[in-house]
Design a protein around this ligand. Structure first.
Ligand SMILES: [Zn+2]
Ligand SMILES: [Zn+2]
Length: 311
């Protein structure tokens, strides 16, 4: 089998699980699924798969070139090699995911995944076709350099994403000792929540040990139920608007803010940079600043403008 097609091959399993979850919630919480939200998520998944498939055409030969010419080691095969492959990639996923929340250029792609106010298994489908443009593939290049083949890299990246499908659910409670080892549904629910307590936490792909090691772990609390979505919601189901709104806002900022430093920050600063920049401007009107929700919202400034534009 072509390793790039792992997610497409698993699509029937994913769709079956979504069907079972929707049926489970049908009477318990009828608002858990909405047809428009689910169709939007599925459309975004297909767009993402198409873009990814195209990107691999370029990226796989690039990994091969790095592997052939610049690798410093050749990784062993067998189980030891697989465990190493899995752990290294999961760590790099943590780095990628954390950067995706703290660097606006990457957030512009990742915001799509967070922009729904629902959280169910179909939310896992909600991805951006702009990940290859943002440079997600760059984060896996160290694996080629330390001696993993392109097929190993692509395979483990997709397996990691396949695992993550199953943590997008509110149907499963905390899982005891597994909460110390794996990213569980409870841990990932907190990641999708916009309550200040949960923002920019729990970046884990499969292993939660990275969050616990690097201080980004937060436990889901019964006292503070998760409110899902971004701080300033985007009121649209249009996959094109969802995919490009942050890129459009970012491009506009780069053109309009003065000075190279500000332009650099508009691209690569934290997503909330623009709010701070606006607040620091003497000419900024109170309404322009106060219309943005307070707090350390993930991409909240951009979200605020987008929500105004799309209403
Ligand atoms: Zn995220
Ligand atoms: Zn997620």
């Amino acid at each position: 089998m072509n390793v790039e097609l792992i997610l497409l091959a698993l699509a029937p399993v994913f769709v079956l699980c979504i069907g079972i979850e929707a049926w489970y919630w049908r009477r318990r919480r009828p608002g858990m699924y909405s047809l428009r939200d689910t169709v939007s998520n599925a459309t975004l998944a297909l767009m993402h798969q198409g873009a990814d498939k195209l990107a691999w055409l370029l990226v796989v030969p690039f990994y091969g070139w790095l592997y052939d010419h610049y690798r410093v080691y050749t990784m062993p095969g067998g189980w030891a090699g697989f465990v190493l492959l899995f752990v290294v990639q999961d760590f790099l996923y943590y780095v990628f995911h954390r950067a995706s929340h703290r660097v606006r250029w990457l957030w512009a792609a990742h915001v799509v995944h967070h922009s729904s106010e629902r959280l169910n298994l179909s939310t896992a489908f909600r991805q951006s076709l702009m990940y290859p443009v943002a440079g997600m593939w760059l984060f896996w290049t160290p694996m080629a350099l330390i001696g993993f083949t392109p097929v190993q890299i692509v395979g483990v990246v997709l397996l990691n994403l396949a695992f993550q499908f199953f943590v997008h659910t509110q149907a499963i409670p905390k899982l005891g000792w597994l909460e110390y080892v794996l990213s569980t549904p409870s841990i990932h629910r907190a990641h999708h929540a916009r309550n200040p307590r949960y923002i920019d936490r729990n970046y884990a792909g499969v292993l939660v040990i990275w969050d616990r090691l690097f201080g980004s772990y937060v436990e889901e609390s019964e006292d503070e139920p998760c409110e899902f979505g971004i701080v300033d919601p985007i009121h649209t189901h249009n996959p094109i608007t969802l995919t490009f709104h942050e890129w459009r806002m970012m491009a506009r900022d780069v053109v309009t803010v003065p000075g190279w430093r500000n332009k650099g920050m508009a691209l690569f600063g934290p997503p909330e940079w623009r709010r701070a920049w606006l607040a620091a401007q003497p000419a900024a009107t109170p309404s322009a600043v106060s219309s943005v929700a307070p707090g350390t919202g993930v991409g909240s400034m951009a979200g605020a403008e987008a929500s105004r534009e799309t209403r």
